[in-house]
Design a protein around this ligand. Structure first.
Ligand SMILES: [Zn+2]
Length: 244
Protein backbone atom coordinates (compact mmCIF):
# COMPACT_ATOMS: atom_id res chain seq x y z
CA UNK A 1 0.00 0.00 0.00
CA UNK A 2 1.24 3.48 -0.87
CA UNK A 3 2.06 5.89 1.94
CA UNK A 4 2.29 9.63 1.27
CA UNK A 5 3.75 11.86 3.95
CA UNK A 6 1.60 15.00 4.22
CA UNK A 7 3.26 16.39 7.33
CA UNK A 8 6.65 15.32 8.66
CA UNK A 9 6.97 18.07 11.27
CA UNK A 10 6.04 18.13 14.93
CA UNK A 11 4.89 20.74 17.48
CA UNK A 12 4.94 23.63 14.97
CA UNK A 13 5.18 24.05 11.21
CA UNK A 14 8.37 25.16 9.53
CA UNK A 15 8.90 26.45 5.99
CA UNK A 16 9.83 22.90 5.03
CA UNK A 17 7.41 20.80 7.08
CA UNK A 18 3.70 20.72 7.82
CA UNK A 19 2.75 18.91 11.07
CA UNK A 20 1.87 15.24 11.47
CA UNK A 21 -0.23 13.67 8.71
CA UNK A 22 -0.02 10.64 6.41
CA UNK A 23 -2.18 9.37 3.57
CA UNK A 24 -2.45 5.61 3.29
CA UNK A 25 -3.68 4.49 -0.12
CA UNK A 26 -6.30 7.07 -1.06
CA UNK A 27 -8.91 6.38 1.64
CA UNK A 28 -7.13 6.49 5.00
CA UNK A 29 -5.79 9.68 6.50
CA UNK A 30 -3.71 9.40 9.65
CA UNK A 31 -3.62 12.58 11.77
CA UNK A 32 -4.35 16.01 10.29
CA UNK A 33 -1.71 18.41 11.58
CA UNK A 34 -1.61 22.06 10.49
CA UNK A 35 -0.51 22.50 6.86
CA UNK A 36 -1.39 18.93 5.92
CA UNK A 37 -4.58 19.71 4.00
CA UNK A 38 -2.65 21.82 1.51
CA UNK A 39 -0.11 19.00 1.14
CA UNK A 40 -2.94 16.53 0.54
CA UNK A 41 -3.99 18.63 -2.46
CA UNK A 42 -0.38 19.11 -3.60
CA UNK A 43 0.16 15.33 -3.47
CA UNK A 44 -2.84 14.84 -5.76
CA UNK A 45 -4.96 13.28 -3.00
CA UNK A 46 -8.74 13.59 -3.35
CA UNK A 47 -10.51 14.74 -0.16
CA UNK A 48 -13.72 13.13 -1.43
CA UNK A 49 -12.05 9.68 -1.53
CA UNK A 50 -11.04 9.77 2.13
CA UNK A 51 -13.24 7.46 4.18
CA UNK A 52 -11.55 7.50 7.53
CA UNK A 53 -9.35 9.76 9.62
CA UNK A 54 -7.34 8.06 12.36
CA UNK A 55 -6.19 10.36 15.16
CA UNK A 56 -3.30 9.32 17.39
CA UNK A 57 -4.01 11.85 20.13
CA UNK A 58 -5.61 15.18 20.81
CA UNK A 59 -2.67 17.60 20.58
CA UNK A 60 -3.24 20.38 18.06
CA UNK A 61 -0.16 19.61 15.97
CA UNK A 62 -1.94 16.34 15.08
CA UNK A 63 -5.46 17.64 14.36
CA UNK A 64 -5.65 21.41 13.68
CA UNK A 65 -6.32 20.83 9.95
CA UNK A 66 -9.58 18.97 10.62
CA UNK A 67 -11.13 22.40 10.12
CA UNK A 68 -9.47 22.79 6.70
CA UNK A 69 -10.33 19.21 5.79
CA UNK A 70 -14.04 19.42 6.62
CA UNK A 71 -14.44 22.89 5.07
CA UNK A 72 -12.58 21.71 1.96
CA UNK A 73 -14.79 18.61 1.71
CA UNK A 74 -17.90 20.77 2.14
CA UNK A 75 -16.77 23.12 -0.59
CA UNK A 76 -16.42 20.07 -2.87
CA UNK A 77 -20.06 19.10 -2.09
CA UNK A 78 -19.17 15.94 -0.20
CA UNK A 79 -22.19 13.89 0.86
CA UNK A 80 -20.53 10.62 1.96
CA UNK A 81 -20.02 10.27 5.72
CA UNK A 82 -16.50 10.61 7.13
CA UNK A 83 -15.45 8.32 9.98
CA UNK A 84 -13.12 9.81 12.56
CA UNK A 85 -11.36 7.34 14.86
CA UNK A 86 -9.45 8.49 17.92
CA UNK A 87 -9.04 8.30 21.68
CA UNK A 88 -11.78 9.23 24.17
CA UNK A 89 -12.78 12.87 23.71
CA UNK A 90 -12.37 12.84 19.92
CA UNK A 91 -16.04 13.45 19.17
CA UNK A 92 -16.36 16.37 21.64
CA UNK A 93 -13.12 17.92 20.38
CA UNK A 94 -14.12 17.83 16.69
CA UNK A 95 -17.65 19.09 17.39
CA UNK A 96 -16.40 22.00 19.47
CA UNK A 97 -13.74 22.82 16.89
CA UNK A 98 -16.37 23.04 14.14
CA UNK A 99 -18.64 25.04 16.43
CA UNK A 100 -15.92 27.54 17.39
CA UNK A 101 -15.17 27.92 13.66
CA UNK A 102 -18.85 28.88 13.10
CA UNK A 103 -19.14 26.11 10.51
CA UNK A 104 -22.51 26.74 8.81
CA UNK A 105 -24.88 23.74 9.08
CA UNK A 106 -26.14 24.28 5.56
CA UNK A 107 -22.56 24.21 4.25
CA UNK A 108 -21.61 20.77 5.57
CA UNK A 109 -23.79 18.20 3.81
CA UNK A 110 -22.03 15.10 5.12
CA UNK A 111 -22.18 13.29 8.45
CA UNK A 112 -19.27 12.72 10.77
CA UNK A 113 -19.22 9.31 12.43
CA UNK A 114 -17.01 8.81 15.45
CA UNK A 115 -15.31 5.72 16.83
CA UNK A 116 -13.62 6.38 20.15
CA UNK A 117 -11.25 3.51 20.75
CA UNK A 118 -9.25 2.26 23.67
CA UNK A 119 -5.57 1.58 23.18
CA UNK A 120 -5.27 -2.21 22.70
CA UNK A 121 -8.29 -2.33 20.48
CA UNK A 122 -9.09 -3.96 17.15
CA UNK A 123 -11.61 -2.69 14.63
CA UNK A 124 -12.47 -3.07 10.97
CA UNK A 125 -13.31 -0.27 8.56
CA UNK A 126 -14.03 -0.80 4.89
CA UNK A 127 -12.81 -4.42 5.14
CA UNK A 128 -9.49 -3.40 6.67
CA UNK A 129 -8.60 -4.56 10.18
CA UNK A 130 -6.68 -2.16 12.34
CA UNK A 131 -4.94 -2.81 15.65
CA UNK A 132 -4.02 -0.28 18.30
CA UNK A 133 -1.66 -0.04 21.26
CA UNK A 134 -1.02 2.68 23.82
CA UNK A 135 1.88 5.06 23.37
CA UNK A 136 3.54 6.73 26.38
CA UNK A 137 2.72 10.42 26.06
CA UNK A 138 1.57 13.21 28.38
CA UNK A 139 -2.01 12.56 27.20
CA UNK A 140 -3.53 9.34 25.87
CA UNK A 141 -1.83 8.32 22.62
CA UNK A 142 -3.02 5.57 20.30
CA UNK A 143 -0.53 3.83 17.99
CA UNK A 144 -2.05 2.12 14.95
CA UNK A 145 -1.15 -0.89 12.88
CA UNK A 146 -2.84 -1.05 9.51
CA UNK A 147 -1.68 -4.11 7.56
CA UNK A 148 2.11 -3.94 7.40
CA UNK A 149 2.40 -0.32 8.46
CA UNK A 150 2.65 0.90 12.02
CA UNK A 151 2.38 4.53 13.23
CA UNK A 152 3.26 5.60 16.76
CA UNK A 153 1.81 9.07 17.19
CA UNK A 154 3.73 10.76 20.02
CA UNK A 155 5.45 8.46 22.46
CA UNK A 156 8.40 7.76 24.69
CA UNK A 157 9.84 4.26 24.14
CA UNK A 158 7.02 1.77 24.71
CA UNK A 159 6.99 -2.04 24.91
CA UNK A 160 3.39 -2.10 23.66
CA UNK A 161 4.49 -0.35 20.47
CA UNK A 162 7.32 -2.87 20.01
CA UNK A 163 4.68 -5.62 20.18
CA UNK A 164 2.27 -3.79 17.88
CA UNK A 165 4.98 -3.13 15.27
CA UNK A 166 6.52 -6.62 15.42
CA UNK A 167 7.46 -7.81 11.93
CA UNK A 168 5.88 -4.87 10.12
CA UNK A 169 7.27 -3.57 6.82
CA UNK A 170 7.25 0.08 7.81
CA UNK A 171 7.36 1.74 11.20
CA UNK A 172 6.62 5.48 11.22
CA UNK A 173 8.07 6.53 14.56
CA UNK A 174 8.25 9.96 16.05
CA UNK A 175 11.76 11.33 16.61
CA UNK A 176 11.46 14.58 18.54
CA UNK A 177 15.09 15.02 19.57
CA UNK A 178 18.66 13.83 19.90
CA UNK A 179 20.11 11.19 22.22
CA UNK A 180 21.61 13.88 24.48
CA UNK A 181 18.07 15.14 25.23
CA UNK A 182 16.55 11.79 26.20
CA UNK A 183 16.04 12.84 29.85
CA UNK A 184 13.97 15.86 28.83
CA UNK A 185 12.17 13.91 26.07
CA UNK A 186 11.05 11.25 28.55
CA UNK A 187 9.43 13.93 30.76
CA UNK A 188 7.33 15.19 27.86
CA UNK A 189 6.52 11.73 26.44
CA UNK A 190 8.69 11.78 23.34
CA UNK A 191 11.52 9.71 21.83
CA UNK A 192 14.94 10.47 20.41
CA UNK A 193 15.79 9.13 16.95
CA UNK A 194 18.10 6.62 18.66
CA UNK A 195 15.23 5.32 20.80
CA UNK A 196 12.98 5.11 17.74
CA UNK A 197 15.69 3.01 16.07
CA UNK A 198 15.97 0.77 19.14
CA UNK A 199 12.21 0.16 18.91
CA UNK A 200 12.53 -0.64 15.18
CA UNK A 201 15.34 -3.07 15.94
CA UNK A 202 13.47 -4.81 18.78
CA UNK A 203 10.32 -5.08 16.64
CA UNK A 204 12.34 -6.43 13.69
CA UNK A 205 10.61 -4.13 11.22
CA UNK A 206 11.86 -3.82 7.64
CA UNK A 207 12.12 -0.05 7.45
CA UNK A 208 11.99 2.87 9.88
CA UNK A 209 10.72 6.30 8.91
CA UNK A 210 11.60 9.03 11.42
CA UNK A 211 8.96 11.74 11.58
CA UNK A 212 7.56 14.48 13.87
CA UNK A 213 10.75 16.48 13.23
CA UNK A 214 10.33 19.52 15.48
CA UNK A 215 11.73 23.02 14.81
CA UNK A 216 14.22 22.35 17.65
CA UNK A 217 16.08 19.74 15.57
CA UNK A 218 15.41 21.02 12.07
CA UNK A 219 19.08 22.02 11.61
CA UNK A 220 20.41 18.86 13.25
CA UNK A 221 19.01 16.26 10.91
CA UNK A 222 22.37 14.63 10.15
CA UNK A 223 22.83 13.94 13.86
CA UNK A 224 19.24 12.71 14.09
CA UNK A 225 19.85 10.23 11.25
CA UNK A 226 23.33 9.11 12.33
CA UNK A 227 22.26 8.45 15.91
CA UNK A 228 19.41 6.31 14.57
CA UNK A 229 21.73 4.45 12.18
CA UNK A 230 23.89 3.36 15.10
CA UNK A 231 20.94 1.17 16.17
CA UNK A 232 19.09 0.33 12.94
CA UNK A 233 20.39 0.64 9.38
CA UNK A 234 17.30 0.84 7.17
CA UNK A 235 16.17 4.26 8.31
CA UNK A 236 15.23 7.50 6.63
CA UNK A 237 13.92 10.89 7.73
CA UNK A 238 10.43 11.72 6.47
CA UNK A 239 9.91 14.69 4.16
CA UNK A 240 6.62 16.29 3.19
CA UNK A 241 5.23 14.66 0.02
CA UNK A 242 7.59 11.67 0.28
CA UNK A 243 5.92 8.49 -0.97
CA UNK A 244 6.78 4.94 0.04
ZN1 LIG B 1 1.64 15.21 21.31
Amino acid sequence: MKLTVLGSGGSAQTVRRACASYLLGDKILIDAGPGSYRNLLKAGGDPLQIKVLLLSHLHGDHFFDIGSLTWGMSFMQRTDPLTIVGPAGTSAMVKSMLSIANTPNSFMKFRLEFIEIRPNDRFTIDGMTMLTAPGKHVIEDVAYRIGDICYTGDTAPSDSIVNLAAGSKLLIHEASGLAENEGMLKEVGHSSSRQAAQTASRAKVEKLLLSHITPAVSNKENDLLNQAKSEFSNVEIAEDLLTI
